[in-house]
Design a binder for this molecule. Sequence first.
Ligand code: MBD
Ligand code: FE
Length: 310
Amino acid sequence: MSVKIFNTAEVQDLLKAAANLKANGSNERLKTIVHRLLGDLFLAIDDLDMTPDEVWAGVNYVNQLGKDGEAALLAAGLGLEKFLDMRMDAEDKQVGNDGGTPRTIEGPLYVAGAEVRDHTSKIDLDEDDAARPLRIHGIVKDLNGSPLAGAIVECWHANSNGFYSHFDPTGAQSNFNLRGAVKTGADGTYEFHTLMPVGYGCPPHGATQTLLTKLKRHGNRPAHVHVFASAEGKRKLTTQFNIEGDPLIWDDFAYATREELIPPVTEKSGGAALGLKADSYKDIQFDLTLTPLVSGKDNQVVHRLRATVE
Ligand code: MBD
Ligand code: FE
């Protein structure tokens, strides 16, 4: 079959009817988006001469993706989340609001509600014999380098199995294990006492990994730590840093790695005095530079469905 019917009046009318373009007083933006996306799909079916079997395989895939609860995971794996960052980067450059710590994707594994502590938080609540102690610290500052007092820094990361609390398939971790929030004092500094993470891998039997495997792609991320940072009058930053030396650093299935987000890891002693589980520990300094609001507004803060725990 090589028919092309997209540009016929019947198909164009069908698209308009499906999106209810004619109706007044309904959500104009939603109608515009549905009309466009559906049209792009119809056109792709025409152009690529997709068979009904192929289309139904896709429909069934979407059902399975929902059953597995992996739509946001697939969004990361297909570069959709990265693309949104690239657009925000381009917009920042256009209006001259670049120069802060680079953003990178949030991913699907944040949990809201970690208790906010002053300056320092020990976030390794569960024992993890395979993991070495890690101290993460830095200063939150503005574009002039002035420290930001009262800034909130949140972080979350995986354990030595690459699993995140709340999403751990073994059910082994407590609420908020390896997740924390702190508020900076006058000098703008923050600190987390935790354990070295290991890279994440997609659930091997989930819909995301199933598609990636068919594309001959892996579903793994290098070891990383997620960060949110916010302060009065500044835009909320969503970023991560990678653990230097991970072999997957430039082969991340979610495309989150950036040159500026690979801080050096240094070997230190004196961990016992800091309350770490061993005297020798790894130390990572990750400073955060926040950028100003644009016309009084945070134009980079993202609202999306997130897990919460009381
Ligand atoms: C992660 O830990 C992650 O950060 C992303 C983006 C996707 C899946 C798991
Ligand atoms: Fe992650």
